[in-house]
Design a protein around this ligand. Structure first.
Ligand code: BGP
Length: 468
């Protein structure tokens, strides 16, 4: 118990989170097909480069594909209880539409899960994290096409069946709401001239909702007792002033995020979105049975990422700041990271309470952290006090939220080992407790070095948060 008598629950899942395409590398190894990330050398906010002429750090990652044993040993040394990772769809189904899976790809994750088991680290698996087979984009148009639902369901059933004795916690899509902000990465969407893009984005989202519901049903059937969650990029929005119009704008902005968890957790489209579709001439094609399916396939828990908060204002004059996903209004009370992400620990407590009040389901913070430029000093240390400050202040608010009555499964901070950034596709923006000696051109020894935060996080876990 800490000095204030507040504690984290027994069995709290402390750990870290990664995505296959951001650290595995080995992008063509053992039969892997090309994914959307493999043609995105400039990150998720830029258009893809199919010529593949520019250097793409995703191809090499930090070579976790070959170094996972060494890396997992370091996570175990920190005392991790959980490790969130994603399965690269293209390792299992290189083109996405095959019937038979690629055995070598399946074997890789088998070995990975066995390695985690050695240290009693619980795997938390995202089925699709920011990537899909490029062939599904080329031949089917990505998530615009209902047919992709079948391929996804087949992929999900394949991994549930294969790993049913090894994995209990699953998530269907990473940051599912990002299809609105990064349509190629979030949904494999490319647009023709004159196409109604918004319509395509919401239609793609509908297909993902259906795919997610089918996966939840399949997962429960194949793995009794499994916990299958959704995962949203949380984007809590404050009104710039107490003007009712600003408050309304903030609420409407939040609903573009909460819409996704509303459908996945409550099992139906909320009225405010039906109105939004009407007002914006958006028509979603649904099939008979879809409504029932959404009801039957609701998630067991709400997973979410949290990095920053946002501000809405009805006054266009307010200064703009940039985050990687949204252009937003600058909050005069908050400092920002080097990439303009507004640092707001209290916002995390607000999100936790908001989601708890709304859904009454267990929550899981599956990403949080500070992306920063780190300096490896000549004596081989990285003094990342700024990262410790960020994480410490956020975890203090998490502890408060638990006191508020929020049911929380765990906390897996983003990128426990430095990995390729999603927004920039570089290794300049680092999140790790473990430094990776590799630069954005892929040069360096690729050695792993413990940062100061490594020791800090180890103590947090060891004391179940009492050291905070
Ligand atoms: C989330 C993604 C992650 C991750 C993280 C940090 O949106 O789910 O994949 O990368 O953000 O973002 P970035 O790498 O751009 O700093």
């Amino acid at each position: 118990m800490n000095k204030m008598g507040k504690r984290f629950p027994e069995g709290f899942l402390w750990g870290g989170a990664v995505a296959a395409n951001q650290l595995e590398g080995a992008y063509k190894a053992d039969g892997k097909g090309l994914s959307t990330a493999d043609v995105s050398p400039y990150g998720i906010m830029s258009p893809p480069d199919e010529s593949m002429t520019a250097y793409n750090l995703y191809h090499d990652g930090i070579d976790f594909y070959h170094k996972y044993k060494e890396d997992i040993a370091l996570f175990a040394e920190m005392g991790f209880k959980a490790f969130r990772l994603s399965i690269a769809w293209t390792r299992i189904f290189p083109n996405g539409d095959e019937t038979e899976p690629n055995e070598k790809g399946l074997a890789f994750y088998d070995n990975l899960f066995d390695e985690l088991k050695k240290y009693n680290i619980e795997p938390v698996v995202t089925i699709s994290h920011y990537e899909m087979p490029l062939a599904l984009v080329k031949n089917y148009g990505g998530w615009k096409n209902r047919k992709v639902v079948e391929f996804y369901e087949h992929f999900a059933r394949t991994v549930f069946t294969r790993y049913k004795d090894k994995v209990k916690y699953w998530m269907t899509f990473n940051e599912i709401n990002v299809i609105l902000h990064a349509p190629f990465t979030g949904g494999g969407l490319l647009f023709e001239e004159g196409e109604n893009q918004k319509n395509a984005q919401y239609q793609g989202a509908h297909h993902q909702f259906i795919a997610s519901a089918l996966a939840v049903k399949a997962g429960h059937e194949i793995i009794p007792g499994s916990q299958i969650g959704c995962m949203i990029a949380s984007m809590v929005t404050y009104p710039y002033t107490s003007k009712p119009e600003d408050m309304f704008a903030a609420m409407q902005q939040d609903r573009q995020t909460l819409f996704f968890s509303d459908v996945q957790a409550r099992g139906s489209y909320p009225g405010y979105m039906k109105r939004f579709f009407r007002d914006n001439n958006i028509e979603i094609v649904m099939e008979e049975g879809d409504e029932q399916l959404l009801k039957d396939g609701t998630v067991d828990y709400i997973g979410f990422s949290y990095y920053m908060s946002f501000v809405a204002s009805t006054d266009p004059e307010h200064q703009k700041t940039s985050g990687n996903l949204l252009e937003g209004v600058k909050n005069p009370y908050l400092a920002s990271s080097e990439w303009g992400w507004q640092i707001d620990p209290k916002g995390l407590r607000i999100v936790l309470n908001q989601l708890h009040d709304r859904y009454q389901k267990p929550l899981f913070i599956v990403e949080n952290g500070l992306g920063a430029v780190d300096t490896l000093s000549t004596d081989g240390t990285v003094e990342d006090d700024y990262r410790i400050d960020y994480l410490q202040s956020h975890l203090e608010e998490v502890r408060e939220a638990i006191e508020d009555g929020v049911e929380l499964i765990g906390y897996t901070s983003w990128g426990p080992i430095d990995l390729v950034s999603a927004s920039t596709a570089e290794l300049r923006k680092r999140y790790g407790y473990i430094y990776v000696d590799r630069d954005s051109e892929g040069k360096g020894t690729n050695n792993r070095i413990k940062k100061k935060s490594f020791h800090w996080y180890k103590e947090v876990i060891e004391t179940n948060g009492e050291s905070l």
